[in-house]
Design a protein around this ligand. Structure first.
Ligand code: NDP
Ligand code: MG
Ligand code: MG
Length: 340
C-alpha cells in the first residue's frame, strides 16, 4: 500500500510565511479560500467583477483582480473552470509570476495536456481534493475533511512537496488522508473515473434502467423511485463500508439478484469499452475533442445538454422532488431549465 499521510505527519509551517492567491471562487475556490483562512493562512482571492466577486466580499475574504492577486502572492492556486484557465493564465497570471512562486492546480489537465506551459523558475504542483467543493467546505466546518492527492510537476524552490502537503493540510484534507501521485496519474484517473463510473457510467445506467421499465409499460414515477431515488441510499452504504456493507443491509433476494444479474449488465463487453475510453484519455484524443469543442463555442455540449434536461426521467423527477421539500434543492434547479 502507498503511504497515506495524516494531519500529524505534516508540518504546515512552510506555508505560514507565504501569501496564497486563490484564483476563482466557485465550487473549489470558495472552499479552499475559507478553509485556508480559518486554518490561519494569509489568503487573497483573484476574480473578475461579477457573481463570485460579490459572494467573496459577502464571505469577508479579500478580493482583487486576478493580476493583482497573482502579483501579491507567493502561492497561486488556479481554481477556474479548466477550459478557461489557459486564456486567464496567459493574460493575467503569467505576466505577474515571480521567480520562486508556486503555480498550483486542483486538476492536472492543463499542464498534462500542454494547455499551460509554465516558466522554468516556478514550482508547479497540484492538490486535488477527491470530492466536490461544497463537501471540501462542509466537512472542514464539521472538523473532518475530503481526502486529497498531491503531485509535484516542477520543484524550483526545493520546497514544492512540503508546500503541497501544507496546503492539503490547510484545506482540511489531511484529516482524511493525503497521498502522492503524478500529474499524469491524477489527470488520467480523474477523467476515467468521471467518464466511465461516477458521472457517465452512473447516468447511463440510471437512464437505461428507467427506460427499460417505462418501455415495458410500468409507471414512470415508480421507475424513477426504483432507478434514481433509491440509488442514494445504496451509495451511502457503499461509502460507509464498501460492497459488503451495502450487501449486508439489503435483503438476501436483492443480494442474490446483485450476484446473478449485475455481471449480465456490466460484463466483459462493458469492460472492453472502458478500456477504449481509457485509451482515448491516455492518447489525448478525449482532451483534443474537448478543447476543440470549447473553441467552437460548445455546439455539441449545448445540444446534448438540452436534450438530456428534457428526458422523461428529468421531467418526472422534478415533479416528484417538488413533493419532497425535505430534499435539498439542487443547485441546477435554482436556475431556469432551458427547454427548447
Ligand atoms: P467552478 O466552475 O465552480 O468555478 C468557477 C469560478 O471561476 C467562479 O468563481 C468564476 O467566477 C471564476 N471564473 C470563470 N472564468 C473566469 C475568468 N475568465 N476570470 C476570472 N474568474 C473566472 O470551478 P470548479 O471549482 O468546479 O473547478 C476549479 C478547478 O478545480 C478545476 O481545475 C477542476 O478540475 C478542479 N476540481 C473541481 C472539483 C469540483 O468539485 N468541482 C473537484 C476536484 C477538482 P464568475 O462568478 O465571475 O464566473
Ligand atoms: Mg474531474
Ligand atoms: Mg427494492
Amino acid at each position: 500500500m502507498v503511504k497515506v499521510l495524516h494531519h500529524n505527519n505534516i508540518n504546515e509551517e512552510v506555508l505560514h510565511s507565504k501569501k496564497i492567491a486563490i484564483i476563482g471562487y466557485g465550487s473549489q475556490g470558495h472552499a479552499h479560500a475559507l478553509n485556508l483562512k480559518e486554518s490561519g493562512f494569509d489568503v487573497v482571492v483573484g476574480l473578475r467583477g461579477g457573481k463570485s466577486w460579490d459572494k467573496a466580499v459577502e464571505d469577508g475574504v479579500d478580493v482583487c483582480s486576478v493580476a493583482e492577486a497573482t502579483a501579491a502572492a507567493d502561492i497561486i492556486m488556479v481554481l477556474l473552470p479548466d477550459e478557461h484557465q489557459p486564456k486567464v493564465y496567459e493574460e493575467s497570471i503569467k505576466p505577474h509570476l515571480q521567480p520562486g512562486n508556486a503555480l498550483v492546480f486542483a486538476h492536472g489537465f492543463n499542464i498534462h495536456f500542454s494547455q499551460i506551459v509554465p516558466p522554468a523558475d516556478v514550482d508547479v504542483f497540484l492538490v486535488a481534493p477527491k470530492g466536490p467543493g461544497h463537501l471540501v467546505r462542509r466537512t472542514y466546518t464539521e472538523g473532518a475533511g475530503v481526502p486529497a492527492l498531491y503531485a509535484v510537476y516542477q520543484d524550483y524552490s526545493g520546497q514544492a512537496r512540503e508546500l503541497a502537503l501544507a496546503y492539503a493540510k490547510g484545506i482540511g484534507s489531511a484529516r482524511a488522508g493525503v497521498l502522492e501521485t503524478t500529474f499524469q496519474e491524477e489527470t488520467e484517473t480523474d477523467l476515467f473515473g468521471e467518464q466511465a463510473v461516477l458521472c457517465g457510467g452512473a447516468t447511463s445506467l440510471i437512464k437505461a434502467g428507467f427506460e427499460t421499465l417505462v418501455e415495458a409499460g410500468y409507471q414512470p414515477e415508480v421507475a424513477y423511485f426504483e432507478c434514481l431515488h433509491e440509488l442514494k441510499l445504496i451509495v451511502d452504504l457503499l461509502y460507509e463500508g464498501g460492497l459488503s456493507n451495502m450487501r449486508y443491509s439489503i435483503s438476501d433476494t436483492a443480494q442474490w439478484g446483485d450476484f446473478v444479474s449485475g455481471p449480465r449488465v456490466v460484463n466483459e463487453d462493458t469492460k472492453a469499452r472502458m478500456k477504449d475510453i481509457l485509451k482515448d484519455i491516455q492518447t489525448g484524443v478525449f482532451a483534443k475533442g474537448w478543447i476543440l469543442e470549447n473553441q467552437a463555442n460548445r455546439p455539441q455540449f449545448n445540444a446534448i445538454n438540452r436534450n438530456e434536461n428534457n428526458h422523461l426521467i428529468e421531467q418526472v423527477g422534478r415533479e416528484l422532488r417538488a413533493l419532497m421539500p425535505f430534499i435539498k434543492k439542487p443547485v441546477n434547479e435554482k436556475k431556469e431549465v432551458v427547454v427548447n
